[in-house]
Design a protein around this ligand. Structure first.
Ligand SMILES: Nc1ncnc2c1ncn2[C@@H]1O[C@H](COP(=O)(O)OP(=O)(O)OP(=O)(O)O)[C@@H](O)[C@H]1O
Ligand SMILES: [Mg+2]
Length: 243
């Protein structure tokens, strides 16, 4: 359990189509400076939970509270101004725009001098992006593209970052790099929620984790507890866990 809760979702029922609930009573909590993972099978509702907390899916009942304020069903741009950044699972950069232009898009509300300062900060955090500011995002490698997507979300200096499958589609070397980036960002004080298919790797670096299954919480605990829980191993971590 955490003491200073930043973001809390309670008994969330949410879905896309009328009469079809995808989340059927989900609970989630993110503490100050925590790195929390969400794992579970395809279609479990992991992305839906992130989107429900970011105003992109209708919350039909339940509460989402950010820093003590009710935020369920607030539009996403209101959440950005309240310090939440979101990196979606797919299409998270504009391929025809340059790296620099993509970063600027993340902070168009700021003054030019502030934007320039934030871009410098992102170039320092992700040196590979710094070297490619004028290159089109569509020409980046998969790992660089994930860095750019995270960089864009970080332009507004969020206190909470929601990441949907940051390592998807990357080679093991790029995955390692992205996980190091995520740890680094977390160590600067940003609280992070990360949905991951790469369940073992995710739980190894997270403080706590949740397993979602069929729109509900199935298990939760410290990363270590989940990695060593025989039921979680058997159902969700597969043969890799026994290697
Ligand atoms: N835009 C949408 N409209 C209707 N149904 C949707 C939509 N997006 C997702 N769903 C449905 O919601 C359910 C949960 O999807 P979700 O994307 O949250 O799963 P997930 O756990 O993120 O899966 P994955 O690991 O494959 O990314 C699925 O049955 C999916 O078909
Ligand atoms: Mg998903």
């Amino acid at each position: 359990m955490t003491t200073d809760v930043l973001l809390e979702a309670t008994d969330i029922v949410a879905g896309y189509l009328p009469g079809v609930d995808i989340l059927t009573g989900c609970n989630f909590e993110l503490g100050e400076r925590e790195l929390v993972g969400i794992i579970g099978p395809n279609g479990a509702g992991k992305s839906t939970l992130l989107k429900a907390m970011f105003g992109l899916v209708q919350v039909r009942s339940g509460e989402v509270v950010l820093k003590g304020e009710q935020i369920a069903n607030l539009p996403a741009h209101h959440l950005v101004t309240r310090g939440v950044g979101f990196v979606p699972q797919t299409e998270n950069v504009f391929p025809s725009l340059t790296v620099g232009e993509n970063l600027r898009m993340g902070a168009y509300q700021l003054h030019k001098s502030e934007i320039d300062a934030r871009i410098d900060a992102m170039a320092e955090l992700f040196p590979r992006l710094g070297e490619r500011m004028r290159q089109r995002a569509g020409l980046l490698s998969g790992g660089e593209r994930q860095m750019l997507a995270m960089g864009r979300a970080l332009m507004m200096e969020p206190s909470v970052l929601l990441l949907d499958e940051p390592s998807a589609g990357l080679s093991p070397a790029y995955q390692d790099e992205v996980f190091v980036n995520i740890k680094d960002i977390n160590s600067t004080g940003v609280s992070i929620v990360m949905v991951e298919q790469n369940a073992r790797r995710c739980l190894e670096i997270c403080d706590r984790g949740y397993v979602l299954d069929q729109g509900k919480n199935a298990h939760e605990g410290s990363g270590y507890d989940l990695l060593t829980d025989p039921k979680v191993i058997d159902l969700y971590l597969g043969t890799l866990a026994k290697a």
